[in-house]
Design a protein around this ligand. Structure first.
Ligand code: CUA
Length: 335
């Protein structure tokens, strides 16, 4: 199999459009991912060399000492015992190799974990839920879901620092082109950082089995030029747009139990269990980056989330046709 086939297999299929829609650790675009790629290549090179030597010796031995015509198949080969040199070599060399791998790995882990935040860092809190990501920007008062916007930084001078938490089970935050995996653990906060070098959409996923819809717990990092990020942040800080607040569907939405799980800033809806919907339509995807955020998908989702994502915690609300239309039209206005 060619290297290209192999690389193609590593590229995940992702709905929607995106510039960097791959999940390939061998094409890093941030400092932590770059450091981890280099160490992965070193480990692959060392273990590859060990494989070649061991497999080569086995092949050579099988061929050199094969049964030849005229050999007595019943006779045992001569038994050879004890060679201090060989015993010493195959004890000492593996120990040295293990020390080298441990030392290099420890150095890379320390360099990634101990990096001190630059003054202009952005703080982001990510909270894992079955099966979506809650995302807070504590310094901006923004709450969103499943898509992490952050400034790109061609010169590595801005970085985004993450606090990772979970409200239910173990999850794992992984955006392969930007940084390694870090667990989200209930009753504990883990930390990580990343500094995407190019603007674009980086896809990621939950990398720790967390239940039925683990495979559809996807996420996106949207790296933007700093001025675009500022614009995005100031839009997100605002309450729901006036067009949505005036939408006739709002009344229907607020009369249903939608509001016990979902919040819309500037309205009575203040639920905390599900994703914040204040600027729902500014996001590219629905259902934790599983579906492109189109009106048809949104309508189908509200109609029966269990059809799109069986097992998810949003129930089928059994809305009547007029209710479904009203709620869809309200949500669609939340830009
Ligand atoms: Cu969350 Cu797997």
């Amino acid at each position: 199999m060619s290297v290209h086939c192999l690389l193609a297999l590593l590229q995940a299929h992702v709905p929607g459009t995106a510039e960097h829609r791959i999940t390939n650790i061998f094409r890093p675009l941030a400092t932590p991912a770059e450091a981890e790629k280099n160490i992965a290549l070193l480990v692959l090179a060392i273990t590859g060399a060990i494989f070649v030597v061991v497999a080569g010796l086995i092949v050579y031995t099988c061929w050199r000492f094969r049964l030849r015509p005229g050999d007595d198949a019943q006779q045992e080969p001569p038994q050879v015992y004890g060679s201090n040199q060989i015993e010493a070599a195959w004890t000492v060399i593996p120990i040295l190799i293990v020390f080298v791998l441990v030392g290099v790995t420890a150095r890379v882990i320390a360099s990634v974990q101990n990096a001190s935040p630059p003054a202009s860092m952005l703080k982001i809190r990510v909270i894992g839920h079955q099966w979506w990501w809650e995302i807070h920007y504590p310094d901006y008062g923004i709450v969103t879901a499943n898509e992490v916007n952050m400034p790109a930084t061609p010169d590595g001078r801005i970085a985004s620092y993450f606090e990772l938490q979970s409200v239910d089970v173990l999850h794992n935050f992984w955006v392969p082109q930007l940084a390694g995996k870090v667990d989200l653990i209930p009753n504990r906060t883990n930390y990580m950082w990343m500094d995407p070098r190019e603007p674009g959409v980086y896809v990621g996923n939950c990398a720790e089995y967390c239940g039925t819809q683990h495979a559809n717990m996807l996420l996106r990092v949207i790296a933007q030029k700093p001025e675009d990020f500022r614009q995005w942040a100031s839009d997100q800080q605002k309450p729901a747009v006036p067009g949505a607040l005036a939408n006739p569907g709002r009344k229907t939405f607020e009369s249903l139990s939608c509001v016990s799980c979902h919040a819309v800033k500037g309205t009575a809806a203040a639920g905390k269990f599900g994703p914040d919907l204040t600027h729902l339509m500014s996001r590219q995807t629905l259902a934790s980056a599983m579906l492109p955020n189109t009106v048809e998908n949104l309508r189908a989702w509200i109609d029966d989330p269990q059809k799109s994502k069986p097992g998810c915690l949003m129930p089928n609300m059994k809305l009547s046709e007029p209710q479904l239309n009203a709620v869809t039209s309200y949500l669609e206005a939340l830009r």
